[in-house]
Design a protein around this ligand. Sequence first.
Ligand code: Q9C
Ligand code: ZN
Length: 349
Amino acid sequence: MKTIFSPDQLLHAPTKEISDGKLVPANEIPSRAEIVLEHIKKAQFGEVLAPNDFSLDPILKVHDADYVTFLLDFWQLWLAEGRTEEEVFPFVWPVHGLRHDIVPDQIDGKLGFYSFDAGTPMGAHTWTAARKSAETALTGADLLLSGDNSAFALCRPPGHHAHRRLYGGYCFLNNAAIAAQHLRDQGVGKVTIFDVDYHHGNGTQAIFYDRADVQFLSIHADPKVEFPYYLGHANERGLKEGAGYNHNYPLPHGTSWVEWAEAMEDACRSIEKFAPDVIIVSLGMDLYEKDPISKFKLKTDDFSRIGARIARLGKPTLFVMEGGYAVGDLGTNCTKALSGYLDTVTVGS
Ligand code: Q9C
Ligand code: ZN
């Protein structure tokens, strides 16, 4: 299994975030990717490749042009308004009852227009890092297209909370969704995105909610008590052609392997029934018992079990990294998931 990563993904380096009503040290930091890379190299799963360059087209298939332009131009607009802070937070949003049809000219208005939380700071190099992260996922998709049976896209910043035109939850571009859409555009018939991150993949769900060609399944902490709060309930099953192709498994705080695995078995049955040509795993490691922002109780060895169960689905599989903030154990947990997969997989390489 090859890994894809670019050091440019480290350029987005927030120091603070707003969480639970206060300013706290940032959780989504560059060392997350560095420790995973270090463990991947030690595990010798295969080559570590730089992502290929792509035009903006595959990103624009998933995200609206005005949103991409905003991310791309953001730092220049910020400086042009004479602002000097190195990391920037939105603080006002067009919530229910306010207008959504006029994009403000002023930068604070734009920030709120294109975001859904205050926990996701932007800086001078956020766009560069986010674009590389998306290209890392796209390169992984291309490896599957050229015959590899699996690949690991070491994406950072993560992607699954990003909507068509909203950033949030540390995410700017939806890496898994961009890879899925790219696979479809390159002739792959059906794609499953299986999201095991602790948080609901609200962005991915929203992007494919009315589609039958991309199945979405997410096991996560119940949004009644956990971020992202406003999406991820069990009765969100998809719309129009997409009806029946969206599956949410909200679980209570304190969930450990047995209950989590039960949800996973149900999800795997739905995946088998859908019979995708490719599976994309939104691989969050924040299910871990020691994760500083999460409240599930999965242990290091449980990540091997997750990887092994995914291998038994027997489909070409792209792993796309999402969350996971217990940095000390993040490399171990990630390589456990991948080695669990590799030790069990029966077809191809
Ligand atoms: N106490 C990802 O894992 N903070 N994003 C929530 C709740 C935001 C997580 C704080 C968590 C975002 C990719
Ligand atoms: Zn998460």
